[in-house]
Design a protein around this ligand. Structure first.
Ligand code: 5RP
Length: 224
């Protein structure tokens, strides 16, 4: 199976999970990226049972609206039962690197109010140790240089994502060469740097359920 076919399979599995577990009329959290886009398309047959959706990016908001799904402002929501999103890497403890699409901050905000984070990923995203994928860090523009120096002191090589501005008007530093053996500690340390909005480690709040697309079918892995 191709990577796109694996993504399609997990997107459909996530839509089935939503149909089975999301209470009728409830609001759904929806992530960003190519796998999330396939998930949005798979929502079409069940959209009538959704009360609406919270979008983790402007791109996702547009796709949901094109499908006729009402997009609800995050500030109108207290809790979400389910949030479905992709990942760039996921480790055995269900910690993730996210933000390849640059939507990490809004994704983390939506994840924070969600009871169940359903990660949808093809098998290439599963890794023993996070860090081969460069870790995205969203920074306030005036702090980019000083944050880059501190990230280099952690042992990584930060590179400015050229020509990219986040939905929040900020910049992204992609940090190469980190071997992230303690994801919670690294997430906390980077978030302490003045000028960092957030970083793409989702470890303090990782995934609860992983729908992993493999050649043998979609595997369901639950966090211990
Ligand atoms: C966007 C993300 C995406 O979930 C992540 O980049 C995975 O994307 P894709 O499904 O296209 O591989 O975090 O900010």
């Amino acid at each position: 199976m191709t990577q796109d076919e694996l993504k399609q399979a997990v997107a459909q599995a996530a839509a089935d999970h939503v149909a089975e577990h999301l209470p009728a009329g409830a609001i759904l959290g929806v992530g960003t990226g190519s796998t999330a886009n396939l998930f949005i398309a798979a929502l079409a047959p069940i959209k009538a049972r959704l009360g609406g959706a919270v979008a983790s990016s402007e791109a996702t908001r547009q796709r949901l609206e094109q499908l006729g799904i009402r997009v609800v402002d995050m500030n109108e929501v207290e809790r979400l039962a389910i949030y479905v999103d992709g990942a760039d890497e996921i480790d055995p403890g269900m910690s993730m690197i996210k933000g390849g699409g640059g939507a990490l901050t809004r994704e983390k905000i939506v994840a924070a109010v969600s009871d169940t984070f359903v990660c949808i990923a093809d098998a290439s995203k599963q890794v023993p140790v996070l860090g081969r994928f460069p870790l995205p860090v969203e920074v306030i523009p005036m702090a980019a240089r000083q944050v880059a120096r501190q990230l280099a002191a952690l042992g990584g090589t930060p590179k400015l994502r050229e020509g990219f501005v986040t939905d929040n008007g900020n910049l992204i530093l992609d940090v190469h060469g980190l071997a992230i053996t303690d994801p919670v500690a690294m997430e906390t340390a980077i978030n302490q740097m003045v000028g960092v909005v957030t970083n793409g480690l989702f470890a303090a709040r990782g995934a609860d359920l992983l729908l992993l697309g493999t050649a043998a079918g979609v595997q369901r892995l639950v966090r211990n």
